[in-house]
Write a protein that binds this ligand. Structure first.
Ligand code: PGA
Length: 253
């Protein structure tokens, strides 16, 4: 079975002591995940070490960065490189979240560079894609998201592609409380998998975990995750609340 993943995206929230308390509360639940399941916490850069030390002996819980630079190293004040993350043994990095695309003008090309640097540094990118509301209303979401994949991913070899995780996050559903319906999520995930299959073949496409993100909460996670092409979720708001996120992890297939 493909890896099923519940990924928390804390964004720019919580102080370090609040973050530590949240992880403690989640660990106290004593969730036992099976071999094909994983929980990932994408925390702010300054909290990476804290999260790592909390989760070190927790089995299937991993730490992710929320972003990295598209430059290898050098005079880029304030940036954090994939190599730095690798040197801290960070195994995952969110790439191309819609907030990065929108507020920091990250293009598909820049994201392709970030993906390459993650892969060079043995970091699994969680590559985000998804359409804004006006694209969904115009009914052209499939081709919009397909372009995001083509321009950022299709230069990767088959071996490299197999090392990434994709998160489909319709922008109109992020932080709005307006979740995509289970049918909308499944339709888009099946489309994304078909796009990958068209370029890399069915076998490879079938191995890629595709997470859904956008107002996932404890009350809708199980239904969303049951869809055959939905392999878990990337969760913002609801990941800041321990009982909510515990239930979301427990909803993985
Ligand atoms: P949300 O955010 O769960 O608060 O909608 C999801 C995300 O942006 O990753």
């Amino acid at each position: 079975m493909r890896k099923q993943i519940a990924a928390a995206n804390w964004k720019m929230n919580l102080t370090v002591s609040q973050g530590a308390a949240l992880l403690d509360d989640i660990l106290k639940a004593g969730l036992s995940l099976s071999d094909h399941q994983q929980a990932i916490f994408a925390v702010p850069f300054p909290y990476l070490s804290m999260a790592q030390s909390k989760l070190a002996h927790s089995g299937r819980f991993a730490v992710a960065a929320q972003n990295c630079s598209n430059k290898k190293s050098g005079a880029f004040t304030g940036e954090v490189s994939a190599e730095m993350l690798h040197s801290m043994e960070i195994g995952y990095c969110v790439i191309g979240h819609s907030e990065r695309r929108e507020y920091f003008a990250e293009s598909n090309q820049v994201l392709a560079e970030k993906l390459d640097l993650c892969l060079e540094n043995q970091i699994t990118p969680i590559f985000c894609c998804g359409e804004p509301l006006q694209i969904r209303e115009a009914g052209i979401q499939n081709s919009y998201v397909e372009t995001q994949l083509r321009e950022s991913l299709f230069h990767l070899s088959q071996d490299q592609l197999e090392k990434i995780v994709i998160a489909y996050e319709p922008i109109w559903a992020i932080g709005t409380g307006r979740t995509a319906s289970t049918q909308q999520a499944q339709e888009m995930h099946a489309h994304l998998r078909a796009v990958l299959a068209g370029h890399y073949g069915d076998l490879v496409a079938g191995r890629i975990s595709i997470l859904y993100g956008g107002s996932v909460k404890a009350s809708n996670a199980a239904e969303l995750f049951q869809s055959p092409d939905v392999d878990g979720g990337l969760v913002g708001g609801a990941s800041l609340n321990a009982p909510e996120f515990i239930r979301i992890i427990a909803s993985l297939k």
